[in-house]
Design a protein around this ligand. Structure first.
Ligand code: RIB
Ligand code: CA
Length: 327
């Protein structure tokens, strides 16, 4: 029985791998994709999402989400300097971990008429069975939908969030990007009452993809395998320069790990049930504050402290091999 999911993305390079994986998996019924501001502005994240859906020839509706975060940007005291520099020089060329537009044909398909938050509320109110939300960008859309109608939580089987970091951060010394981009939204979502599984940088950096894995992806000979290899090689180039991992010539492909978790939950390791809050101010802005103390009550999240890179790469290879579009 395949699992119904809604994917919430700020398409970028790793979001694109996650979208392809979700489309290809027989274990997943991808009901819809919602775009949100994050890696890039909303127009770019929406266009990039449409490009991937069209590349895959998939019949999946795309809904345009929120253009700005809940509260951030409304006042200057919210903003801690963003010292994230996910780019690298290749001669005179600057390679970004997320280019403005994915290097695939511009989309000819269009997003749906209604916006993402309206879709979430309508879909969940009418759903006859629960759905899993996989949020791999800032949580603005999901939080806004819960604000419009908190009862939709009864139709949510699980919220899988790519976000946060315990021993690893990327945007400030205490924060990971998705959470930092909209901390108020994140706090609202992780306390909404649904089962919440957080896939933080601790897991995504452990479950990294290597150049050898990219070679395996290319050898499969499909459109998705080749495109994923291009995206991951780009990410490896930047990681080597800006955020080298313990494994040489490797990159975190954060968002796709959330899809792999739905296919084989054992791809996440050292998953702890904990109380998690989000920091809002000063140097805790966007921090995932994880309380793993034994006697802690109100454990609202499952938090993965590790990941299995070998299982992750095998899952992706299996998915890309299912792609009927060969290059
Ligand atoms: O910090 C990594 C996360 O931020 C990933 O989801 C990436 O796509 C960006 O959204
Ligand atoms: Ca993302």
């Amino acid at each position: 029985m395949s699992k119904k999911i809604i994917l919430d993305v700020d398409t970028g390079s790793d979001d694109a791998v996650a979208i392809m994986a979700a489309i290809l998996s027989p274990d997943i019924q991808l009901e819809a994709i919602c775009s949100v501001v994050g890696n890039k502005d909303l127009d770019k994240t929406t266009e990039n999402t449409l490009r991937v859906v069209e590349l895959m020839g998939a019949d999946v509706p795309v809904y345009r989400g929120c253009r700005t975060p809940f509260a951030k940007w409304l006042s200057s005291d919210h903003i801690v300097p963003d010292r994230r520099e996910c780019k690298a020089k290749d001669g005179d060329k600057v390679i970004m971990i997320h280019e403005d537009y994915l290097d695939i044909p511009a989309a000819s398909i269009k997003e749906q008429e209604i916006r993402a938050v309206e879709f979430y509320v309508k879909y969940l109110r009418e759903a006859s069975e629960p759905v899993t939300i996989v949020a791999v960008g800032p949580l603005t859309n999901v939080a806004a939908a819960l604000l419009v109608d908190e009862t939709i939580v009864d139709k949510i089987e699980e919220i899988v969030i790519m976000g946060g970091g315990y021993n690893i951060t990327n945007t400030t010394p205490s924060a990971e990007f998705n959470i930092w981009q909209d901390p108020e939204a994140a706090q609202r979502v992780i306390h909404c009452g649904a089962k919440v599984t957080i896939v933080p940088l601790d897991a995504t950096h452990a479950a990294c993809i290597t150049l050898d894995d990219c070679k395996r992806f290319r050898e499969i000979g499909t459109v998705s395998g080749n495109f994923a290899a291009e995206l991951c090689e780009q990410r490896i180039f930047v990681h080597n320069a800006a955020q080298p991992l313990d494994v040489p010539d490797a990159a975190a492909v954060h968002d796709a790990l959330c899809i792999a978790y739905l296919i084989d939950p054992t791809v996440l390791k050292d998953v702890r049930h904990a109380h998690v809050d989000i920091g809002f101010r000063d140097y805790s802005e966007g921090q995932t504050i994880v309380d793993c103390r034994y006697y802690t009550e109100d454990k609202n999240c499952y938090y993965a402290f590790d990941g299995d890179r070998f299982k992750f790469a095998d899952i992706l290879c299996d998915l890309f091999a299912r792609d009927l579009k060969r290059r």
